[in-house]
Design a binder for this molecule. Structure first.
Ligand code: G4P
Length: 544
C-alpha cells in the first residue's frame, strides 16, 4: 500500500488496490537549471528503485560510447545532457517512469515534447542559487500543461540561502504557493538532517543511507541541541521551524494537482539525503496517468483498448544495429507484445513485436505496458513524432508541437556525389526532431531550422559519424519562417505562386513561407489577410 497521507482529499487518489496497474504508475520528468543536480538526483532515484547497483552509473553511462553513437561525444565534451531518454523503475507499490529531459536550452523543443508525455515533474533547485533562468522557463512549460510540480531544494550540505528566502522566491517568481514537507536542520557545514513538519520526526544525515526516521517529542526535543552545537544555533532553528510549521501553507492535494501549490523537500542528492522523502512524496502526491486530449474526445487511462502517442524518435542508439526507436506514451488500455496496432496517420497496421522498456543501462522486451508507461518501438522509419497508435479507433492525440525555428541555415555538402544520401539523412534527422528540414521550391539545397545553435553542431556531428557525410552550413538570406494555410486551396496557391523563391515545404509537404526579416514577414501578413501564418505546428494534425 502507498503511505497514509494527511489530507482527506487524497483518499480518492489512492490506488484502488495494489494490483491496479494504472494508479500505480507515476510518469514524471525532472526539470532544473544545468548544474542544480538533476543527474545526481536521477542516479539516486534509480538507486532506490534498484534500477542501478551503484551510484555513479548514470554518469558513467554518459561517458560510455559503446552503446550509443559517437555524436554523444558532444554531450561528453560539454558536460551537458542533450538526449531525452526514459527510465523505468519500481519502488514500493509504484512503477515510476522517469523521462529525462535535455539540460541545455538549445533543446527546449525536445524538452517540450517530453513534457507532453509526463503527469508530474520534480523541480530541482540549487539551495545557493534559487530559481534560475532555465528552471523558470521549464516551469512555464509545465504550467501551460497544468503539470503539478514537486520541489526538491538540493545541495543543503553546502552554503545555502535562507530557506524562507528560497520559498519566498519560488512563490513570487513562479506565482506558486509553497508547502514545505520537510525543513532543513542547519545548512552548509552544520547541515544535520531534516525535520518533517507537523509529524515530530527527524531524518538524520548521519543515519546510514538515508534510512532511519527518529521520533522526537517536539521542537524542544534535546536532539536538536545535539545536532546544532554552535552557540545559539539550536534556539535560532527552533524559532525558524516554529514559524515554518505555523506560518506556512499546509499541503493541499487539490491545489497541488491543479498546479497552484508545490510541496517542497530539502536535501542533498550528492549525500543521498532527502531522496527517500522525495520519492515517497511522489508516490503519495503525484497523480497517476491522466486522461489525454484527442481530436474527437478525451481518452481515459482506464479504458480497455490500447492507445498511445509518439513523442520522441531516436535513431542509431546502437550503431551496430542502426535501429530507430520511437518512444510512445501509452495513454490507455494494455499494450501486449505482439499485438497489432493501427497507425492512424496512414491507416496501416503496425505490429508491436518487440516493444521495449528502458532501465538505467539496459533495455528489456516489454511483454505488457499500461497507461503512463513509455515504451520504445523499434522501426525503420514508419513512426514519426506525433503519431497516434490505437486498436483501430480513428483518433489523434493533440499537443506534440513543433515551433518555428529561430535559426535557418543552408546545408553545404562538401562532396557533391553524396547529394542523395544527404537527402535521406536529413529526412531521418528531421523525422527524429534533431532539426527541422525545409525543401525550397526552387530546388536549391535544403535549409535546416533550429531553435538553438547547438542543434546544428549535433546535426553536423551525426551526419559525419552515422552517414559519413561531411557538411558545413551557409547563411541564407532568410531569418524567419512560418507555416501557412488558408480556407481555400486557391487562396493558398495564389500566395505560393506569388512567392515562389521564398517558399519551401517541410517533411510532411506542408507549405512554409520564409522571410528575410521579421519586418517583411509582417508586411506580407498585412497584405495577405486570407493567409494564416503560424509559428507552431501540431505534428499530429498536420501529419495526416
Ligand atoms: P545537472 O545534471 O543538473 O547538470 O547537475 P549534476 O547532477 O551533474 O550536478 C552538478 C554538480 O553539482 C556536480 O558536481 C555534482 O556532484 C554537484 N552536486 C549535485 N548534488 C549535490 C549536492 O547535493 N551537494 C553538493 N555539494 N554537490 C552536489 P561537479 O563537480 O560539477 O561534477 P562531479 O565532479 O561531481 O562529477
Amino acid at each position: 500500500m502507498l503511505m497514509q497521507t494527511q489530507n482527506p482529499g487524497e483518499a480518492k487518489a489512492e490506488p484502488k488496490a495494489p494490483a491496479d496497474p494504472v494508479s500505480r504508475r507515476r510518469t514524471f520528468a525532472i526539470i532544473s537549471h544545468p548544474d542544480a543536480g538533476k543527474t545526481t538526483l536521477t542516479e539516486k532515484l534509480l538507486l532506490f528503485g534498484g534500477a542501478i547497483q551503484l551510484a555513479g552509473e548514470v554518469k558513467a553511462k554518459r561517458n560510455r560510447v559503446s552503446t550509443r553513437s559517437d555524436w554523444m561525444g558532444i554531450e561528453k565534451e560539454r558536460g551537458i545532457s542533450v538526449v531525452t531518454s526514459v527510465m523505468t523503475f519500481e519502488y514500493g507499490d509504484c512503477v515510476f517512469n522517469l523521462l529525462d529531459t535535455p539540460g541545455h536550452e538549445d533543446f527546449s523543443e525536445d524538452t517540450y515534447r517530453t513534457l507532453t508525455a509526463v503527469d508530474s515533474a520534480v523541480m530541482v533547485i540549487d539551495a545557493a542559487k534559487g530559481i534560475e533562468a532555465r528552471t523558470r522557463k521549464l516551469f512555464e512549460v509545465c504550467r501551460l500543461r497544468d503539470i503539478p510540480i514537486v520541489t526538491f531544494v538540493n545541495k543543503l550540505d553546502r552554503e545555502a540561502r535562507d530557506p524562507f528566502d528560497l520559498l519566498d522566491e519560488i512563490e513570487k517568481t513562479l506565482a506558486l504557493d509553497v508547502a514545505p514537507v520537510t525543513w532543513p536542520i542547519g545548512r552548509g557545514r552544520s547541515f544535520a538532517g531534516t525535520y518533517e513538519l507537523g509529524s515530530n520526526r527527524v531524518r538524520r544525515l548521519d543515519a546510514a543511507d538515508d534510512a532511519g526516521l527518529v521520533a522526537v517529542s517536539g521542537l524542544d526535543d534535546p536532539l536538536f541541541d545535539q545536532l546544532l552545537t554552535e552557540d545559539g544555533e539550536a534556539a535560532g532553528w527552533r524559532e525558524e521551524a516554529e514559524l515554518a510549521e505555523g506560518g506556512l501553507k499546509a499541503f493541499d492535494l487539490e491545489a497541488f494537482r491543479e498546479g497552484h501549490l508545490t510541496p517542497v523537500f530539502f536535501g542533498s542528492a550528492l549525500r543521498n539525503f532527502g531522496v527517500r522523502d522525495l520519492i515517497d512524496g511522489l508516490a503519495r502526491f503525484a497523480p497517476p496517468p491522466r486522461g489525454q486530449d484527442a481530436d474527437k474526445r478525451q481518452v481515459e487511462p482506464t479504458e480497455p483498448r490500447m492507445t498511445g502517442f509518439v513523442f520522441k524518435i531516436q535513431a542509431n542508439m546502437d550503431p551496430n544495429h542502426r535501429d530507430r526507436i520511437a518512444f510512445m506514451r501509452v495513454c490507455s488500455g494494455r499494450l501486449n507484445r505482439g499485438m497489432k496496432a493501427r497507425l492512424v496517420r496512414t491507416g496501416k497496421p503496425i505490429s508491436l513485436s518487440a516493444p521495449q522498456f528502458f532501465f538505467a543501462q539496459d533495455r528489456a522486451i516489454a511483454d505488457e505496458a499500461f497507461a503512463g508507461d513509455v515504451v520504445g518501438i523499434p522501426n525503420h522509419g514508419t513512426l514519426r513524432i506525433g503519431d497516434t497508435l490505437t486498436e483501430g479507433e480513428e483518433l489523434v492525440f493533440r499537443g506534440v508541437p513543433s515551433f518555428a525555428p529561430e535559426i535557418l541555415r543552408r546545408v553545404k555538402l562538401t562532396d557533391a556525389m553524396k547529394a542523395k544520401k544527404l537527402r535521406e539523412a536529413l529526412q531521418q534527422m528531421g523525422e527524429e526532431g534533431v532539426v527541422q528540414v525545409f525543401l525550397p521550391h526552387d530546388g536549391s539545397q535544403a535549409i535546416v531550422g533550429v531553435v538553438g545553435a547547438l542543434q546544428l553542431d549535433v546535426l553536423k556531428e551525426r551526419l559525419q559519424a552515422e552517414y559519413g557525410l561531411p557538411v558545413d552550413y551557409d547563411a541564407t538570406r532568410f531569418t524567419v519562417c512560418r507555416w501557412i494555410s488558408a480556407d481555400t486551396e486557391a487562396e493558398l496557391d495564389r500566395f505560393i505562386g506569388a512567392h515562389g523563391s521564398s517558399m519551401a515545404s517541410d517533411l510532411d509537404g506542408a507549405p512554409v513561407f520564409m522571410a528575410t526579416t521579421a519586418f517583411s514577414l509582417r508586411y506580407e501578413e498585412e497584405r495577405w489577410e486570407k493567409i494564416r501564418f503560424t509559428d507552431v505546428k501540431d505534428y499530429q494534425k498536420s501529419a495526416g
